[in-house]
Design a protein around this ligand. Structure first.
Ligand SMILES: [Zn+2]
Length: 213
C-alpha cells in the first residue's frame, strides 16, 4: 500500500466530544481538521446517543450514526486519516492501527508506541476501519501534554520522516477488574492497554491485553 507523502492527510479530532485538547490545539494552531462530533463537543460529553467511533458504517437512526456517514463523505478514500483522541488513563501517547499496512504512516508520527488492534473493540465500526489511517491517543483529557503531543504529531507528519516504533498487538480483552498499569507487563503475562477507562468499564471491559511484537 502506498503511504507516500502525496496522499493527503486529513486530521480529525473530537470524535469523542469530551476529548477537547486536540481540538483546542488544532484550532489555535490554525490547522484544518474535521470536528468529529460537534453536538457532543458542545455538550462536553463523550457522545449523545452512541459512540461515534463505533458508528461508522452502521445504519441506525442515532445522531452519531448519521454524523459518521457525514464524516466519511468529507474524507476521500485516497486520503489518510489522523484521528486524535485523549484518554483517562496514564499520560502516554500511542498510535492505534487496525491494519499493518498503516505501520509506515504510524512511523511518521514520532510516537514510539504503536498498538495493532485486530481484536477490535468497535466491531469494525471505528473511523479507521472505514478509511486508511491511524488513531492517536495523545494523553489524558485535561493535560497540556495532550495539547503539545497533538501539535508535535502535526509537525512531524508534515516533515515525512520515519521514526522508530515499538509494536504491540492486542489479542484479548481484560474482563476482570484489577490493578493494571498500561504498557507495563502484568504478572499474568499480558501488557494492559486502555485499562482504567471508565467509558469502557461501563461496558464490562477493563482494558485490552497486548503483547510485544
Ligand atoms: Zn476517544
Amino acid at each position: 500500500m502506498n503511504i507516500s507523502a502525496d496522499r493527503k492527510i486529513v486530521f480529525v479530532a473530537g470524535v469523542h466530544g469530551n476529548e477537547k485538547m486536540p481540538v483546542k490545539a488544532l484550532t489555535e494552531a490554525g490547522v484544518d481538521f474535521i470536528l468529529g462530533n460537534p453536538k457532543a463537543f458542545d455538550l462536553n460529553v463523550r457522545f449523545t446517543e452512541e459512540d461515534l467511533n463505533a458508528s461508522f458504517g452502521t445504519l441506525s437512526a442515532s445522531y452519531e450514526s448519521k454524523r459518521a456517514a457525514e464524516v466519511l463523505q468529507k474524507i476521500h478514500e485516497d486520503d489518510l486519516v489522523v484521528d486524535l483522541h485523549t484518554t483517562e488513563a496514564e499520560p502516554v501517547s500511542f498510535v492505534i492501527i487496525v491494519d499493518e499496512n498503516m505501520i509506515p504512516l504510524a512511523e511518521r508520527t514520532g510516537i514510539e508506541r504503536v498498538v495493532i488492534m485486530k481484536h477490535n473493540i468497535k466491531q469494525g465500526h471505528a473511523l479507521i476501519n472505514h478509511r486508511d489511517g491511524i488513531s492517536i491517543e495523545t494523553g489524558t483529557h485535561e493535560d497540556q501534554r495532550s495539547y503539545r503531543a497533538t501539535l508535535d504529531v502535526v509537525n512531524k507528519m508534515h516533515k515525512n520522516t520515519k521514526h522508530p516504533v515499538v509494536l504491540y498487538e492486542v489479542y484479548d480483552r481484560i474482563t476482570e477488574p484489577g490493578e493494571y498499569t498500561n504498557f507495563q507487563q502484568h504478572p499474568m503475562g499480558f501488557i494492559p492497554i486502555l485499562a482504567n477507562e471508565s467509558a469502557y468499564e461501563l461496558q464490562g471491559l477493563f482494558g485490552l491485553k497486548a503483547r510485544r511484537l
